[in-house]
Design a protein around this ligand. Sequence first.
Ligand code: ZN
Ligand code: ZN
Length: 165
Amino acid sequence: MPDDPADLLRQRGYRVTGQRLAVLRAVSREPHMTADAVAKTVRAELGAISLQAVYDVLGVLGDAGLVRRIQPAGSAARFEARVSDNHHHVICRVCGRTADVDCSVGSAPCLTAVDDMGYEIDEAEVIYWGRCPECRATASQLKGGQHGRREHVPGRAFDRAPVEP
Ligand SMILES: [Zn+2]
Ligand SMILES: [Zn+2]
């Protein structure tokens, strides 16, 4: 993050608190973290903070436009500090690893729908689902050994159940 997070909060009229800064730092350092993971990182830095408090701070940072929340189907919400470009995501069905993908066609943000139906569109949310290189490698090893007995369950192979506030 190029700008000082404390300045960003102040510019947007939000009070600067230790928790807000710690959450913002955590999300900037490691994009697409779940709230659980953010809580662990922040605890390592600040000591005790409840998961609910982390959700509250993430909500405030979202309102402030400093954090973007993505909600993949069948997974816990993930948070990132790359907010300004409406980029998309590619997610591994097997391990849940998430990466940034730039807009598919034309220039970002690709908010120009063929027909906007009269809506005022401010966000285009695209998630590409598939298998990451590591999971593909593991799958082809398994295939070699046991002739493809590995089941493929689309969309719900995450190791953790969704956690919502
Ligand atoms: Zn994977
Ligand atoms: Zn992202």
